[in-house]
Design a protein. Structure first.
Length: 204
């Protein structure tokens, strides 16, 4: 197993989880995002959203496990029974359900099937079993405290994603990372297909 810390890097030659996906995946070992920035103290802006996007980008990009350094769990409240933590856990539950909609052991990191439509300021990851199943996630963010964590950029976004897939019939499910809900469309392929999605107010 390859054990990492922080989103990209945190100094002292520590390799972040997302960096490891880019540089260590070919070693054919599970990559563990073992420790995030310290939540909530070291996050900036919408801290819940920042935590959500790093988990989704890492796992949807081929990561093996995600372990948040969550300071909401304390001696006084060992169960972290707060609405803030409930929102964090709902996003992780949504991520769990999203990934278990795939036979993900047959997939590998890949975003080459996205041929266009992503604006500047977008971070994106994907996985595929070519011709059979594709997972993709993107968000609008900058880095917050150096490159250890993200700071999301709220806004009203509309992406016209251009996908290039082998010929066949595909079912597309658009999943909001905030809650485990999705919308569905079906389309054939074999050439570039344009799909439009719109996120209102935020982010991930």
């Amino acid at each position: 197993m390859i054990v990492t810390q922080y989103a990209w890097e945190g100094g002292h030659e520590q390799m972040g989880g997302l960096m490891a996906l880019d540089y260590e995946y070919d070693k054919n070992k599970p990559i563990d995002f073992n420790e995030t920035d310290y939540y909530p103290a070291w996050y900036q802006g919408d801290r819940i959203a920042a935590s959500r996007v790093e988990a989704w980008e890492f796992i949807a990009g081929g990561g093996g496990s995600f372990n948040q350094l969550n300071g909401l769990y304390t001696v006084r409240d060992p169960g972290a029974k707060t609405e803030e933590n409930a929102q964090l856990l709902r996003a992780l539950k949504s991520l769990h359900d999203f990934m278990y909609g795939f036979d993900f052991l047959k997939m590998h990191p890949d975003k080459s099937f996205i041929q266009g439509g992503l604006p500047l300021g977008t971070y994106a990851r994907g996985m595929s079993e070519p011709g059979k199943q594709y997972a993709y996630y993107h968000h609008h963010s900058t880095f917050g405290r150096n490159t250890a964590s993200y700071k999301v950029t709220p806004g009203n976004y509309q992406e016209d994603l251009v996908l290039h897939l082998p010929a066949g019939s595909y079912q597309a499910d658009w999943v909001k990372s905030l809650v485990p809900r999705s919308s569905r469309s079906t389309a054939g392929a074999g050439q570039s297909r344009r799909l439009r999605i719109q996120w209102t107010l935020l982010c991930g």
